[in-house]
Design a protein around this ligand. Structure first.
Ligand code: THU
Length: 135
């Protein structure tokens, strides 16, 4: 099974764990790091609403806290919406921290298949990142 399909499967499995009693939307994400390891996450909502975390960021928190790698190669986001969802702006900003704008791929999918694939830089072309903080 190819990596993209493995990531999609992991994202679909994660989606089933969504804690989304408020929006009732289920989202799953899976990421591939450049050490070959995969991490997944689901959206986790909170009664305060503002405490909600998207599936993509849950997957990234897991990867960064459990892996030495700091480079995301591929991302798959799965929802059961007819038009699959791209990552929200805040997730794009977090992905930017660990992405190669030219190389990192973002796939949007429904539970059955991947519908669209973007290069990261096409989703967030002028990303604010660490290079702006260099002295
Ligand atoms: N959500 C994600 O998990 N990822 C996104 O990129 C967009 C939004 C979640 C957050 C919330 O639980 C629900 O979808 C509705 O916004």
């Amino acid at each position: 099974m190819d990596i993209k399909t493995q990531l999609h499967n992991k994202a679909v499995q994660a989606l089933a764990h969504a804690h989304s009693p408020y929006s009732k939307k289920q989202v799953g994400a899976a990421i591939l790091m450049d050490d070959g390891k995969m991490y997944s996450g689901c959206n986790i909502e909170n009664a305060s609403y503002g405490g909600t975390v998207c599936a993509e960021r849950v997957a990234i928190w897991k990867a960064i806290s459990e892996s030495k790698s700091r480079h995301i190669v591929e991302v798959v986001v799965v929802t059961d919406a007819i038009d699959p969802w791209p990552p929200c702006g805040m997730c794009l900003q977090v992905i930017a921290e660990f992405a190669d704008p030219e190389q990192t791929l973002v796939h949007t999918a429904n539970p059955n298949l991947i519908k669209k694939t973007f290069r990261f830089k096409d989703l967030l072309p002028e990303a604010f990142n660490s290079k702006f903080l260099k002295p």
